[in-house]
Design a protein around this ligand. Structure first.
Ligand SMILES: *Cc1c(COP(=O)(O)O)cnc(C)c1O
Length: 364
């Protein structure tokens, strides 16, 4: 008999999200659990976005504007690009799925960096698409020269996360430009800049400086991280208008809720929330890097809102010992790092709790 699903669905390992706070409190019969597992904003959502969502909630009996007319124009103005160069999606994850669905066939290959964002592999495999992974270089960094050498004619699509998740490392303008110089006119490149707003590095490339010169380049950003709107599902891409046109053909008619559109408009005005988030995160990152390294843990410099903690052995037991102490972090075996934990920068009090718990586990 024919199997229920194709082989690639049968063998698909689902994406494992961070463990919820409520579940952990129930399982261990504890309270005051903190979650540093999903790179969420510890200060909460942008307050201006919350106000706008409350107003929008009164009109949810109406279907949303399927073209997200005002949000697209406001984003274009905010970014300094044309409205026809912007595509909005239900999280950048939806745009990743749409790009795979729209621009690749089962005969194509996609080029990835091993050890990078696991969602790329899940999305590709769920569409029966093949991928090739190039190992990272020392320091948990993308090896872009090796990826350039792996660009065969079969490679139709490339995913680059900058900064990367879960390693938090980033590549420079010079590295990106050298790579793009090797990309042929029939290969698409996705530059995933989910942590763009956190980056504080003079050599960091802004994807928006490249998409016009490279008409097959998608630049993806999200409201899930610095704007604190992960629960509303809102992301966007900037790209050549022809690519926007194709994504508009394959997307669902109402991919963004009216509440999400309202939040996205208002969040861009909340510069105060953005500023305090950046400050809190940078302080948290430097604190976590310093304290974890003092415990002998290998931590690369992070350009995002989390640190990548590499232990000398398997990280899963450490993750499990942190749970009864009320601290949820994120194991990342699915990305190929069984000895590492990804730890989001939280409030100072939360970061201190994590360090204290980790110290007890490693020294106890
Ligand atoms: C968090 C994250 C995203 C954003 O996903 P959304 O669907 O917008 O919530 C995309 N790419 C990377 C690398 C991320 O870490």
């Amino acid at each position: 008999m024919r199997p229920l699903v194709p082989e690639w669905v049968e063998s698909l390992k689902p994406y494992v999200p961070g463990k919820p706070i409520e579940e952990t409190e129930r399982e261990y019969n504890i309270t005051n659990v903190i979650k540093l597992a999903s790179n969420e904003n510890p200060l909460g959502p942008a307050p201006l976005a919350v106000e706008a969502m409350e107003v929008a909630a009164r009109k949810v009996h109406l279907y949303p504007d399927g073209s997200s007319y005002y949000l697209v124009r406001r984003l274009a103005q905010h970014l300094g690009v044309e409205a026809n160069e912007v595509f909005v999606g239900s999280g950048s994850n939806e745009i990743i799925e749409l790009i795979i669905r729209t621009f690749t066939t089962p005969d194509d290959e996609t080029l990835l960096s091993a050890g990078s964002f696991m969602m790329y592999k899940v999305a590709l495999q769920s569409h029966g698409r093949r991928f090739v992974e190039v190992p990272m270089q020392a320091g948990f960094r993308y090896d872009l020269p090796a990826m350039a050498r792996a660009l065969t004619p079969k490679v139709r699509l490339v995913f680059l996360a900058n900064p990367d998740n879960p390693t938090g490392t980033a590549f420079s303008r010079a590295e990106l430009e050298a790579f793009l110089a090797h990309v042929g006119p029939e290969t698409f490149v996705v530059l995933d800049e989910a942590y763009f707003e956190y980056v504080d590095w003079a050599e960091y490339p802004n994807g928006l400086d490249y998409f016009r010169k490279h008409p097959n380049l998608f630049v993806l950003r999200t409201y899930s991280k610095i704007y604190g709107l992960a629960g509303i599902r809102l992301g966007y891409g900037v790209m050549n208008p022809r690519l926007v046109g194709y994504l508009n053909r394959t997307k669902m008619p109402f991919n963004l809720t009216s509440v999400a559109q309202a939040a996205g408009l208002a969040a861009l005005d909340d510069v105060e929330h953005l500023r305090t988030t950046r400050e809190t995160t940078h302080r948290g990152l430097r604190y976590l890097e310093r304290e974890l390294r003092a415990l002998g843990i290998d931590v690369p410099h992070s350009h995002a809102n989390f640190v990548f903690a590499n232990f000398k052995g398997p990280a899963q037991p450490i993750y499990e010992k942190l749970l009864p102490k009320g601290v949820i972090v994120r194991p990342v075996p699915g990305s190929g790092w069984p000895n590492a934990l990804r730890i989001s920068a939280g409030l100072q009090s939360q970061n201190e709790r994590l360090v204290k718990a980790l110290t007890e586990i490693l020294k106890g």
